[in-house]
Write a protein that binds this ligand. Sequence first.
Ligand code: UDX
Length: 461
Amino acid sequence: MRLTVIGTGYLGAVHAACMADLGHEVLGVDIDAEKIAALGEGRVPFFEPGLQEVLGTAVASGRLRFTTAIDEAADFGDVHFVCVNTPQRRDSSAADLRAVDAVIDALVPRLRGRCLVVGKSTVPVGTTARLSARVAELAQEGADVEVAWNPEFLREGFAVQDTLRPERLVTGVQTPWADRTLREVYAPLLRTGVPYISTGPATAELVKVAANSFLATKISFINAMAEVCDATGADVTTLAEALGYDTRIGRRFLKAGLGFGGGCLPKDIRAFTARADELGVGSAVAFLHEVDAINTRQRRRTVDIARDMAGGGFEGRRIAVLGATFKPDSDDVRDSPALAVAAAIHGEGAAVRLHDPQGMDNARAVLPVLDYVPDVTKACEGADLVLHLTEWADYRRIDPAELAAVTPTRRILDARNALDAALWVSAGWTLRALGRPTPAPLPSQQTAAGHESAVRSAEPA
Ligand code: UDX
């Protein structure tokens, strides 16, 4: 089939490459000429494990091309995927749909014959119905343009795997023809037994926001438990493990810590509450306000614990921050909890040296005032405190004994509950975490403890 993919960011670039991998002829379209030039040469302009290989192969095969010309897209095929971003509006918690609307306005008047416009972006429920009315106004005479919604569930870091081996496919269609067309697009996946749910547009649109709301709720639930653990001396990681054995609850998305961020979960739950208010059912999802509040509170709690560990204030303190991205295996810093904490402590006077394996360029672009250091040891040199804010595997491989040699105060806050606390403590570190008691220093660590009091007494009053 001949498909176009309009919008070639984290979602669209992956979708375009994977559709070509399935055997389709694909044209990727974006208004960003630089991005299109890179993709056209088979280069991924962001970090996504495994995408480079799939993209490179697809471009080399000739099945995948890129353009900035929407005319070309209209002529190219009959199925057009819309993958542009729908961020939070600046003036409210609703989704900003200007990019989706702009694609419809530019594409639809140029279409001829029978065409399917398939939205993949996350949108408020009712968007397909609204766009269908707009399409009816814009379409040329003789053109038969239909809108369907096919939400994307891919996770950054696993985007290729989630697209080529999805746990399910969901399509919201208005006619049997649209259903047949989408089944043909995904035929290679359906043959492998991927569950396929074909429903109406409203249900399909809702599946996506409901899924993200549930995941956000699960994370905030365990973070709320972490707060209770902190008040009682209980350990949230053991609690989560014990809960997780109950198959009705499950272990995944119960990692307590600094909370969720990124381009999806935070803005999706806010957009959902805004849409529910418009529909008069705001009270049905009012709990999502609390989910959001619990989540942002983890950032404040992290700053508070860090301040305490730094001796009561950040003024004049050297703080090493490990991690800038909203999660590991991504270079995305959108609504990153790690970067929010780094910005807050810098705002309170800390000298912040930040390291991230992939996210430093993006972080520097939004927060240029920090000192970006491409080496973990150098970032931690002479630090009064180390903050572990994104759980990259690289950081679990740090040898705490080696790092202790350059970080005389040996204090670390593991805000992701991902480090081996016993190992760090045995290397002389004071380790604190969210929702877990502080491990007592080993008896043999009198020197580390003595050093700490020396540092404390040297602190300004
Ligand atoms: C999410 C959804 O998972 C995906 O299905 C949807 O299509 C887009 O939004 P993504 O934003 O890539 O994907 O990240 P995800 O892996 O879901 O993690 C979201 C955030 O939650 C991250 O900041 C992560 O660190 C945090 N998280 C996740 C936790 O704090 N604890 C957990 O147990 C799991």
